[in-house]
Design a protein around this ligand. Structure first.
Ligand SMILES: C[S@@+](CC[C@H](N)C(=O)[O-])C[C@H]1O[C@@H](n2cnc3c(N)ncnc32)[C@H](O)[C@@H]1O
Length: 341
């Protein structure tokens, strides 16, 4: 019995360590900071967490709770999306949270194999001016074929169907306006680019037109990020009628075949916060695929990816790692700036 307890204790201690290591990433969410800090000391909740196979389990747990939570649950009082004026994160919030998880454990664990795959449409606000400038530089002023590598639910391909606001400058007119601070005064186009076709490549495309998959995307948004939730909902509504094709598979393998069957015309291929976790060989395979397509037809590539030293930047080039950034930006698209000298 003692040995069994010791064996049980060891993995839970490791789960607790991984939760503690996750806490700094929740700095934007007082509720998740509180919950994660307390979960790390709570054997019963650690036991639930240990049974979640997807990674990181803490994100899956939080999303599962949001997916299941309704206005009628006591815990809803702390969730701004459900309670008009949410209560501040306090000890009672954690008690309500752990009570909910333990009572609904089987329902929570039913989400255990889901992915933490998100899609932030506001990234369009930092990609769009860079893409517009790259197209203008090449004299491509007509419609172009758009390909997003690592497109998730394809919401980035709404780039030509949303409006933008950079301070006092508004571009386009659409049901969804993306606000972005143009800190560096980067040149803005008169209008967003126009796409002839829109194709998203992803290892595991999310079908945002499927109510359950859309609800899971919403559940992954943190409770306090009500503006992000509103944007997501508006983007999903636009996505239902937008002409977007999604292709499943590794972008290095699918890009050439997809590009080869597009009607004539230039291609803009981009990726946002998608390929940075790939090992070098896989990144090189994507680069080689882009270069091969560019040898057959006009193509420009824009990369918006986090950099090892911190922050994220935008680069224009067939092999982005070999060129200097043209801009830096907030990873969720809140601002764009000129690169630091
Ligand atoms: C963090 S999400 C970002 C999604 C979207 N680009 C955005 O900005 O919101 C990263 C996406 O890249 C996809 N992905 C990662 N590696 C890939 C690859 N080699 N080929 C295609 N998709 C990939 C993942 O499946 C995931 O949907």
């Amino acid at each position: 019995m003692e040995r069994w307890l010791a064996g049980e204790d060891l993995p839970l201690a490791q789960v607790a360590d991984s939760v503690r290591a996750w806490v700094p990433f929740a700095a934007d969410s007082p509720l998740y900071t509180l919950f994660a800090t307390r979960i790390a000391e709570d054997q019963e909740l650690l036991r639930v967490l240990a049974r979640i196979p997807s990674s990181p389990p803490i994100n899956i747990l939080f999303a599962a709770v949001q997916r299941l939570l309704t206005r009628d649950d006591a815990l809803a009082a702390w969730y701004p999306r459900l309670a008009g004026a949410a209560r501040p994160a306090d000890a009672a919030a954690y008690e309500a949270f752990r009570g909910f998880v333990l009572e609904r454990e089987a329902d929570v664990l039913a989400f255990g194999s889901r992915r933490t795959q998100t899609n932030e449409v506001r990234r369009c606000a930092v990609l769009m001016p860079v893409i517009a400038a790259a197209l203008a530089e090449r004299g491509w002023d007509g419609p172009v074929h758009a390909i997003d590598m690592g497109a998730s639910a394809g919401l980035g391909l709404l780039m030509d169907g949303v409006a933008y606001q950079y301070g006092g400058t508004v571009l386009g007119d659409a049901p969804l306006t993306l606000e972005c601070e143009n800190r560096g005064g980067l040149p803005l186009p008169a209008a967003p680019p126009v796409f002839a076709t829109r194709t998203g490549l992803d290892l595991a495309p999310v079908d945002a037109t499927d109510p359950e998959q859309a609800a899971w995307l919403e559940a992954l948004v943190w409770p306090e990020q009500t503006d992000r939730l509103e944007r997501l909902r508006a983007a999903i509504a636009l996505r239902r009628t937008a002409g977007i094709s999604m292709v499943a598979g590794d972008a290095a393998a699918t890009l050439p075949a997809v590009a080869d069957v597009l009607p004539p015309g230039p291609i803009v291929v981009w990726h946002s916060i998608a390929l940075y976790q790939l090992p070098d060989e896989a990144l090189a395979a994507v680069d080689d695929a882009v270069v091969a397509v560019a040898a057959r037809r006009p193509l420009v590539r824009v990369a918006f990816e986090p950099q090892p030293g911190g922050g994220a930047d935008l680069r224009v080039g067939l092999r982005p790692r070999e060129v200097a950034p043209v801009a830096i930006a907030h990873t969720h698209g809140a601002w764009i700036d000129r690169p630091y000298p």
